[in-house]
Design a protein around this ligand. Sequence first.
Ligand code: NAD
Ligand code: MG
Length: 393
Amino acid sequence: MNEKKNIAILGSTGSIGTQALDVIRANTDKFSVEVLTGSGNADLLIKQAIEFNPNTVVIADESKYKYVKDALLPHDIKVFAGNASIADVVKMDSIDTVIAAIVGYAGLESTLSAIKAGKQIALANKETLVVAGDLVTKLAKENGVNLYPVDSEHSAIFQCLAGEFHNPVEKIYLTASGGPFRGKTRDFLQNVRKEQALKHPNWEMGAKITIDSASLMNKGLEVIEAKWLFGLETDQIDVIVHPQSIIHSIVQFADGSMKAQMGLPDMKLPIQYAMAYPQRIKSDFPRFNFMNYPQLTFEPADTNTFRNLSLAYEALKKGGNAPCVLNAANEVAVDAFLKDKIGFLQMSDVVEKCLQTATHISKPGYEDYINTDKETRMAAAALILKIEPIKSI
Ligand code: NAD
Ligand code: MG
């Protein structure tokens, strides 16, 4: 790389956002920060802005605008508020790459805006592709934009495909750790609480994706994400549980050969790869030692217990706005679980019911996605109201 890349981090205060800043801090000769955005944690956003001196900061929560503005007044940093401002600032000429690291549907508008402005995208926000994969990939193509995966499994597939672009893929295997409840029965899961679900064995992540990992919805979302990123059919995407999280995913080619990408679980690696592609930057991340892992194991996913994975496959096969329904229902269900309003298994009940009852649109446009998201959220909220609140233990 000859010149520095100017980076906008959407969701800089989150798990991915802060790790992207770790990568930049270690490589100030290669990257500079142009835009930072956050939602709830204004103090962290201010601290990041003072350290990295971006051109612009956006606080999504408009009630915190004055607080952030006043704090950054002496630093000559522009401050805006609200999600519409995030969608606006990503168009700035000075930005090369946008790291889309907002969680959930909330990241869709700004990612679409960045794509339309021709910015290269390092995509962490998988929900964007789940909700509107056809639209997002079509716009990316039209605008000459590459979507570099940040999700570790998709980064693994992308790395395995390097140099293989004209060789047909037979299938891919997305690896799953199985989460904190691997091997548990439905009886056990009936009574698990958020404190247990928030303890992931191998990865430290934001609350929403941690719950999704425990319920296997994360793997379901990743199956849909993979379809759009790599242009695959549903039956070309398989999931295999690999509890050590060392093999991050596998590609099987037409000749039967399989390539896997492996390493210790550390999100900084895929983040850095997406930011620096096609370069590999020297890092001091801990190295994998075979002697610490005498066995790497594999097992099938238990889709009878963890129904979310089957529901995601179902939504993908149904197509149209069904994955958008799946995502919206899941976002509302996860939020309700985190607020102790519903139990762990009831999250799947809400998603399933919403998928059954939503109006199907086979060729949705942007407005249809917005309406589907809104309507599904209302339907899911109504279902949750009817569920008996879980009793505190
Ligand atoms: P997080 O909750 O830690 O951070 C989310 C970020 O988005 C924060 O900066 C928050 O302020 C911002 N945000 C939240 N709601 C917002 C809203 N309504 N409007 C604007 N900004 C908002 O989440 P995370 O774990 O960093 O995950 C971010 C995305 O990356 C998710 O889509 C997740 O699936 C994906 N991802 C995360 C990991 C991981 O290791 N954390 C791995 C793979 C993929
Ligand atoms: Mg992942």
